[in-house]
Design a protein around this ligand. Structure first.
Ligand SMILES: NC(=O)c1ccc[n+]([C@@H]2O[C@H](COP(=O)([O-])OP(=O)(O)OC[C@H]3O[C@@H](n4cnc5c(N)ncnc54)[C@H](OP(=O)(O)O)[C@@H]3O)[C@@H](O)[C@H]2O)c1
Length: 237
């Protein structure tokens, strides 16, 4: 899809990767970018093509309002995400698993349900997942489960939207250098690298993209020996 004609809608646009999406889309000539954040005061884009939108992605009424406001969207980027860094059993926050499911799974599903009816043929939806949608890091097992659910959901909506010519792309990066992975050891991807990989992939036909060496190696390992790769990750952290 040509980025220089697109009207994009980016959730979590005040954060590391979301902010990079907005800036890169503008730099590549997007016609308009709806920059959505829970608090619009935290957005830092002063380009006239940016339309700030107040949006907590878990708030159904706000999602409906956003979809009505942005009915000209041709590229929906479900970027907002939550990682409470919790294992499945030895968790210190009882509500973490549910909160991650709300933001990482139910919210993108609600966004797609709200936005897709108005989307035209040739439009695209980008779901920012993680390589941890494919494998579990026990120290953040509940995050992995929520991203895995979103990966399955993406496959379902891809099939349903394909006849209308709307593309659904899942993005599976390794660790990115943002607030979310502040304590994760390097090497980490730069947000701009991830965004460039996604926007470049929109020119091709891939429905899943693995960004960076970490994601590529894990995907290769899973293809060769899924159980061995899972055991390796289980021993990592
Ligand atoms: N960082 C990594 O290593 C990494 C790796 C793979 C995938 N990812 C994925 O990349 C995406 C972007 O994350 P990031 O790395 O840029 O982390 P980040 O800097 O922590 O940004 C997360 C963004 O999501 C927003 N968000 C969280 N809950 C929300 C809600 N209920 N409604 C609306 N917005 C909400 C945050 O807004 P507030 O500022 O209001 O909290 C923030 O803008 C996420 O989907 C994440 O899972 C990240």
């Amino acid at each position: 899809m040509p980025i220089n004609e697109c009207v994009a809608f980016v959730t979590g646009a005040n954060g590391g990767l979301g902010d990079a999406f907005v800036r890169t889309l503008l730099a590549r000539g997007a016609a308009k970018v709806y920059a959505a954040a829970r608090c619009v005061d935290t957005l830092s884009h002063d380009d006239p093509r940016v339309v700030p939108v107040e949006l907590d992605v878990t708030d159904t009424a706000q999602v409906q309002r956003a979809a009505a406001l942005a009915s000209d969207t041709t590229l929906l980027v479900n970027n907002a995400g939550l990682n409470r860094l919790q294992p499945a059993l030895a968790c210190t926050e009882a509500d973490a698993a549910r909160a991650e499911m709300e933001v990482n799974y139910f919210a993108p599903l609600a966004m797609i349900r709200a936005f897709s009816p108005a989307m035209q043929e040739g439009s695209a939806i980008v779901n920012v997942l993680s390589i941890l949608a494919r494998v579990t890091l026990p120290s953040m097992a509940t995050l992995c489960a929520s991203k895995a659910a979103a990966l399955r959901m993406s496959e379902g909506v891809r099939a349903e939207l394909a006849p209308r010519g709307i593309r659904v792309m899942s993005v599976l990066p390794g660790a990115i250098d943002t607030a979310m992975s502040r304590d994760f050891p390097p090497p980490k991807l730069m947000p701009r690298e991830v965004v460039d990989a996604v926007l470049n992939a929109l020119d091709g036909e891939a429905s899943e993209i693995y960004v960076g060496e970490m994601a590529a190696q894990i995907a290769k390992g899973l293809a060769n020996d899924r159980h061995a790769t899972q055991r390796q990750l289980a021993g990592a952290v």
